[in-house]
Design a protein around this ligand. Structure first.
Ligand code: HEM
Length: 418
């Protein structure tokens, strides 16, 4: 198993947490509530080596260097001690390529990314605005009809991105609940520290999702529609096209990346704004600020808190040698609060001029392919919420999902008032 997972077995975490190890402290439950003081501590210490193996950075400049340097790879195959996974016969994951866009290196990454982005153009994304807005309005109508109090996540923040990505990929509406459950399970595989039971459960969901998508790709091959999936099947450039296995793995990534992150932009963003009432009120009065405010919401409480890269050779960063095969954890949440870039980083300011320098969509060759779509969904969600419910207020304590990589809420009780 990848180093990240092997090295953070809970007992070791407890041991090093007691020894004050920064990575282990990060894994502790209390950090999940508010990890920002810990990031600050890590940033102050520079590039730090965890006794668990990886290096960690929470500095914006160092994060930028690592993410842009192609000699740092996203693929776990470069990690020291890496063992390739093996799947039982008949497991649909056995037919998938060894990596997806997120984890492939060039030239495979370049080839697949070129083919996929061809069907994912900014114009196609902008054309989705009326559809997304109509869906957002309908969801808020339903929430409003059910009563003055509702859980923002269940009623709005989750169903909106799911509907959008299923619409894009051409997944039948009646299957969307299944997707939500599978996606919820699959993302726990991103977590460095999950129990054996949770891992088993998430693998079962991954198998179900891969099998479902394999069947859907086969169906669309013989019966194309106007969905992104059919466009991906048809895409061909200079005689090159995606194989069925690549299509399934890309669809799986798009699906999970498409809603498990955007839900947190809407959820974290709304909670942050309601916590700073003046900022919420300002967006209600000056909706033209919302587009820029989305960048600040992404910065302030990033839906993706970290990523990692592995040195493919001995490399020097900030005067420190990172040995070949050792990962560097890039704290996106930490880089986004670096005072070298962001003045008063702990303050939410919807008109912050430097907000767009956040690293929430990462940088370099793996920069989020769905960034334009996520920004569009986030803008529409906040526009519709502020215009319909300027008096929106918290109706209880929001509950966070106990995850480190994806930061978001399970429940956000709100009271709607026009
Ligand atoms: C990659 C964040 C929404 C599709 C990434 C990465 C980040 C990220 C941080 C790069 C990870 C790394 O460098 O290791 C986010 C956030 C979102 C969001 C914060 C919402 C607020 C979306 C959406 C889609 C999407 C809506 C698709 C519809 C992808 C894909 C990649 C990616 C395909 C892999 C790109 C590559 O490796 O070449 N995203 N994402 N994301 N994202 Fe997103």
């Amino acid at each position: 198993e990848p180093l990240m997972r092997r090295v953070v077995e809970p007992s070791i975490v407890r041991y090093f947490a007691w020894r004050g190890d920064p990575v282990a402290r990060w894994m502790r439950p209390q950090s999940k509530g508010d990890p920002y003081p810990l990031y600050e501590d890590i940033r102050r210490r520079g590039l730090v080596r965890s006794s668990l193996g990886p290096w960690v950075t929470a500095s914006h400049a160092t994060a930028e260097t690592v993410l842009r340097d192609r000699r740092f790879s996203s693929s776990p195959v470069h990690q020291r001690g890496y063992q390739p996974p093996s799947f039982p016969l008949g497991d649909p994951r056995a037919e998938l390529p060894a990596g997806d866009l997120l984890t492939l290196d060039p030239p495979d990454h370049t080839r697949i990314r070129r083919l996929v982005s061809g069907a994912f153009t900014p114009r196609a994304i902008a054309g989705l605005e009326p559809w997304i807005r109509e869906r957002a309005v309908r969801l808020l109508d339903q929430a409003d009809a059910r009563g003055p109090e509702f859980n923002l996540i269940d009623a709005f923040a989750f169903p909106l991105p799911i509907a959008v990505i299923c619409h894009l990929l051409g997944v039948p509406a009646e299957d969307q609940d299944k997707f939500r459950a599978w996606g919820h399970d699959v993302v726990t595989t991103l977590e460095p520290q999950t129990s054996r039971a949770a891992r088993h459960h998430s693998q079962a969901s991954e198998i179900a999702l891969a099998g479902y998508l394999r069947d859907l790709v086969a169906k669309r091959r013989s019966d194309p529609d106007d969905s992104l999936l059919s466009a991906l099947i048809a895409v061909e450039e200079e005689g090159d096209s995606l194989t069925s296995a690549e299509l399934v793995s890309t669809a799986l990534l798009l699906l999970v990346a498409g809603f498990e992150t955007t839900v947190n932009l809407i959820g974290n963003g709304t909670v942050a704004l309601l916590g700073e009432r003046a900022q919420w009120d300002r967006l209600c009065k000056e909706p033209e600020l919302i587009s820029g405010a989305i960048e600040e919401l992404l910065r302030y409480d990033s839906p993706v808190q970290m990523t990692s890269r592995t040195a493919t050779e001995d490399l020097e960063v900030d005067g420190t040698v990172i040995r070949k095969g050792i990962p560097v954890i890039v704290s996106i949440g930490g880089a986004n609060r670096d005072p070298a870039i962001f003045a008063e980083p702990g303050r939410l300011m919807v008109d912050r001029p430097e907000a767009a320098r956040h690293l929430s969509f990462s940088l370099g060759i793996h920069h989020c392919l769905g960034a334009a779509l996520a920004r569009l969904e986030g803008r529409i969600a906040i526009e519709e919420l502020t215009s319909r419910f300027p008096g929106l207020a918290m109706a209880g304590t929001p509950v966070r999902r106990p995850l480190l990589v994806l930061r978001g809420f399970e429940t956000v009780p709100v009271r709607a008032a026009a």
